[in-house]
Design a protein. Sequence first.
Length: 134
Amino acid sequence: MATCKVEYLGGLRTKCTHMKSGVEIFTDAPIDNNGKGECFSPTDLVAAAYSSCMITIIGIYCEANNIVFEHCTSEVDKIMTSEPRRIGELQINLDFQKNQWGEDIQKRVIRAGEACPVAKTVDQSLSIKFNYQF
């Protein structure tokens, strides 16, 4: 079974359907690339996927190691480059302050998150800058 189905809706917009759940995500080309910027762009989804994957892997790590993980927020700044047009840098700010972890757990959690599958998938030329708040 396919993971997802992507349908072009016209006007530089797509509908992405998750086959197992039926959940839909819409994308739109960004304003700086002939779109309306009314939804996530495909490159926005890459930025969101990177951070979401990190947080999910941290959750799995914490569950496996009996570490209480109750809160995390992330903000991602995506910086585009040209020639070729691509994501040049992601600046990922992760806030774990409400977990009140000690330094040892902080280091272990960072190591787990930075080894997530998306991180291992993206090209090494993509610059990733992290800012962690504990």
